[in-house]
Design a protein around this ligand. Structure first.
Ligand code: HEC
Length: 212
């Protein structure tokens, strides 16, 4: 009985202290020991959760290129890339999104799990609800080539400015309008996309097939 009361008192003290002292500002990092503990916990949880996943072969060049396309639309804004500075959004996040080209911490299966499920209470989104496993494996195929990649090797993968590969922007903002205003005879890609109304497939990369 005495033991139970002692435990309750200690628990109350811990929670009470947390209530008055925890700082949720994203601009002020956790103390190093807390940060370490949280990262270790996250790492262990990912490894445990991904243990049963078997990765398919990911070396095929077409898969890597497809994944690169997704990477620019869905990941670069936070994780940057070789020779690319982190965006303002990325600089404001805590925990910060690590540059994936500077670390080689995860197996293919673990990269897949993180991309599919995201990481709770961080800015890392889970893309499982919006993307097929096929698309997610393509992303993994590209991400696993990032560690050590030079800016010169990275650059050719990047879409040219204004070429419309950014499905985040054009997929949602212009998807309908483009089809309505274009001449169907002159735009066979647009005409095909019209038949699948949730597809935004008016560029060569057709992100529509991955359920956007
Ligand atoms: C809105 C910002 C954001 C976007 C977009 C984003 N991430 Fe993340 N990501 C994060 C943050 C923040 C973390 C750090 C989480 C943590 O440390 O707990 C993270 C962590 C990760 C990690 C674990 C890295 C490590 O070693 O701790 C991987 C791998 C990853 N993201 C892959 C991706 C991929 C692949 C994409 C695109 C499909 C992506 N992320 C898109 C914010 C983002």
């Amino acid at each position: 009985m005495k033991g139970a009361i002692a435990v309750l008192v200690i628990l109350g003290l811990v929670l009470g202290t947390a209530w008055w002292t925890v700082d949720v500002a994203a601009t002020r990092p956790h103390p190093a020991i807390v940060e370490e503990l949280l990262h270790e916990t996250m790492e262990h949880a990912v490894r445990r959760s991904a243990a049963a996943i078997v990765a398919p072969p990911l070396d095929e060049a077409a898969l890597v290129t497809d994944g690169a396309d997704h990477y620019f639309a869905m990941c670069e804004g936070c994780h940057a890339g070789p020779g690319v500075e982190p965006s303002e959004l990325a600089q404001g996040l805590y925990p910060p999104p690590p540059p994936l080209h500077e670390e080689e911490e995860w197996s293919d299966a673990e990269l897949f799990w993180i991309t599919k499920h995201g990481i709770k209470a961080s800015g890392m989104p889970g893309y499982g609800p919006t993307h097929s496993d096929e698309a997610l494996w393509a992303i993994v195929a590209f991400v696993r080539t990032l560690p050590g990649m030079t800016p010169a090797a990275y650059e050719p993968f990047r879409p040219a400015a204004g070429s419309g590969h950014d499905h985040g922007a054009h997929g949602h903002a212009h998807g309908g309008h483009e089809h309505g205003s274009s001449d169907p005879g002159a735009d066979p890609a647009g005409a095909v996309a019209d038949e699948h109304d949730h597809h935004h497939g008016h560029d060569d990369h057709d992100h529509g097939e991955h359920a956007h």
